[in-house]
Design a protein around this ligand. Sequence first.
Ligand code: IPM
Ligand code: MG
Length: 353
Amino acid sequence: MEAVITLLPGDGIGPDVTACARNVLDAVAGKHGHTFQYKEALIGGASIDATGDPLPAATVDACKAADAVLLGAVGGPKWSDPNAAVRPEQGLLKLRSVLGVYANIRPVRIYPELAGASPLRPEILEGVDMLVIRELTGGIYFGKKTRTDTSASDLCEYTVDEVERIVRVAARLAGERRGRLCSVDKANVLETSRLWRDVTDRLMADEFPNIEVETLLVDAAAMHLLSRPSDFDVIVTENMFGDILTDEASMLAGSLGMLPSASLGDGSAGLYEPIHGSAPDIAGMGIANPCAAVASAAMMLRHSLGLDAEAAAVEQAIADAISGGARTADIVAEGDTRLSTDAMTDEIIRCLN
Ligand code: IPM
Ligand code: MG
């Protein structure tokens, strides 16, 4: 097949890991006779430096014209002055919004050989396999903001439609898995959460009677993620709770450097990004873990390009590289050789072939 992929390397380790993901995609293309055409565009701090704008119109156009978008990371100390008028993160939020990718799918997959890299006891990690579905284009991230010398506010807003569409995505995915959905909210305090809960209860009863539904308050969910993580199948939650809970969940996998994500809307195009940030402290040092970016590329093959077998092959190659002992600095144990970003990628490509 032929596909156009827009690459948004962004900031920090973003360029390092997107280059790796591209190399893996090229290996897939070579092996299976596909042609991937890449178009690189600016986003985030790099884009502020070059154009003054964290998401220039040319980038939006390139993303809208592509079959899929692969993003590295945005942000860094250079642009994080609290009083800065423009911020790298604004570019990413606006991109998610203009692409309409409201459903952010974050799989939390455990590689048994990395149990030692997690701060949790190995027996707690046994059988962990969950998908966190984070609402991505609404809530407090996108509500009206105000700021005066003495006060500030961020409005959190959700509509029935916004809740329905994300819960449907999550329920369908649960139906393809173990048939269990956990909805996370803060309905004891927040009105948006009470709406979220009402809509979820009604929709699940009407449309998905065979899916088992559990509801947790976000504070309890944060605890249960650590005390009984293997009980979760699919979790669905609003934008900010999903942001926080997935960083927490990454510790089950041993490193933030292992977790990919796919952001989808109603069409097949999507935005794919590792859940980790720009890690400015290690940017350009060649030691970042490329696995999350490569696994995001695998999700792209599956969800936007319809290449299921190729996606599975890339995921298997990551697993094989890990079980063969390949480790970047973030997941290394005593006695392991630390691989550079490129050497880790080479290992994945070797396993793919
Ligand atoms: C993420 C990130 C972003 C978010 C930041 C960079 C705006 O933390 O994708 O999880 O909060 O959504
Ligand atoms: Mg985050």
